[in-house]
Write a protein that binds this ligand. Structure first.
Ligand code: MRU
Length: 364
């Protein structure tokens, strides 16, 4: 996607063919800056501190992290240490495990001197595949938006609500939840997005709004508690979110607050879709609430907020009463019964074991 006329992916190889470059998402929307990852530890910290985030991009960064590790030391011990270090960065998004398992299985049987090239080649493939997968998700989701648009009066927008950032910044390009929106907008459908601000880190207000704005898609940022009210008043045609891990039975784990949107959508008869690439499906799990590990992050993410002061300075301020305890659960699980459908690269299916099995028969 483009930023001020220049096409970017979220992760790419530096000209030396070894270092890796990423967009520093902790600085957005105030400053657009890229960052160079030089070592395995740089890659691990970029994931931990959310310089890069979003399930598919976490997987892609981990893959390149294995490349950086193999460039420094291709021994068996270094391979295992890199796998362990990267796996410990964030627990919920299963794309991390998927990418690391893939790289480890590829590299382990190779002679050490062949590992560096193989790791970079595979990381590059994972990135290219992600772009293709997201484009395909976009084409399938576009059909849903076209259907709704066809029933609208001339000039009336299709209102999509989304939570967190499942946009191109969360993937390598296109995004998952936003890919259908970009495609609809590009073909001239009047689409408008309600963007949940997504406390505590504000991925909606900071990242989704930034993306949509730079692509010219009409959108409105709303406090996280607004969606239910909008749905009651017929102002949401469709919810599309992303996911960090979806079980083989269709339970969807995503950014904290997604579950409440799904409940409100169910109560108001609003279709609730989840867009996901197949590497986000954890085929080993069948009960999302019981089995998906939910990351708990630093209380400072809740107690503090960062923004631009009136004098243009980026400042961080404390917003919680001194001495109060703070909890920061980063994700929640929406049971499959609340999900209208899953939009994948292979098509749209019901959120159920049968639905997923029909699209991915050799994986289940
Ligand atoms: O904590 P984050 O910002 O990594 O959480 C991201 C999300 O919850 C996204 O919705 C999810 O990863 C899907 S991204 C295509």
């Amino acid at each position: 996607m483009k930023i001020d006329g220049t096409a970017y992916r979220t992760i790419w190889l530096a000209p030396d063919g070894r270092q890796v470059q990423v967009i520093d998402q902790t600085k957005l929307p105030f400053v657009f800056e890229t960052l160079t990852l030089d070592t395995l530890e740089d890659a691990a910290q970029a994931i931990e501190t959310m310089v890069v985030r979003g399930a598919p991009l976490i997987g892609a960064t981990a893959a390149y992290g294995m490349g950086l590790a193999m460039a420094a030391d291709p021994s068996d011990a270094a391979l295992e240490a890199a796998y362990t270090r990267l796996m410990a960065t964030r627990p919920t998004a299963v794309n991390l495990r998927w990418a690391l398992d893939d790289l480890r299985a590829l590299l382990t049987p190779l002679a050490p001197e062949a590992r560096r090239a193989a790791a970079y080649a595979r990381a590059g493939e994972i990135c290219d595949d992600d772009v293709e997968i997201c484009a395909s998700i976009g084409r399938h989701g576009l059909a849903l938006i076209r259907e709704i648009a066809a029933k609208k009066a001339p000039g009336e927008p299709v209102n999509v609500l989304t939570h967190c950032n499942a946009g191109w910044l969360a993937t390598v390009d296109w995004g998952t939840a936003t890919a259908p929106v970009y495609m609809a907008h590009d073909e001239g459908i009047h689409v408008h997005v309600w963007v949940d601000e997504t406390r505590p880190r504000n991925q909606g207000a900071a990242l989704t709004a930034y993306e949509l704005g730079h692509h010219g898609v009409p959108h409105t940022v709303i406090p996280d508690n607004t969606g239910g009210h909008l749905m009651q008043h017929g102002q949401v045609d469709l919810v599309i979110t992303g996911t960090d891990r979806t079980t083989a039975t269709g339970d969807v784990c995503n950014k904290i607050g997604t579950y409440l949107k799904a409940l409100a959508a169910k109560d108001n008869g609003v279709p609730f879709y989840v867009a996901l690439p197949s590497p986000t499906i954890d085929f080993t799990l069948s009960d999302g609430v019981a089995e998906i590990p939910i990351e708990q992050r630093a209380s400072r993410e809740v107690s503090h907020m960062t923004g631009v002061s009136e004098s243009g300075e980026v400042v961080t301020v404390d917003i919680v009463a001194a001495g109060s305890a703070v909890a920061n659960y980063a994700f929640d699980v929406t049971p499959a019964r609340l999900v209208t459908g899953l939009i994948t690269e292979a098509g749209i299916c019901p959120a159920s074991r049968e639905g997923i099995a029909a699209l991915f028969p050799d994986r289940i």
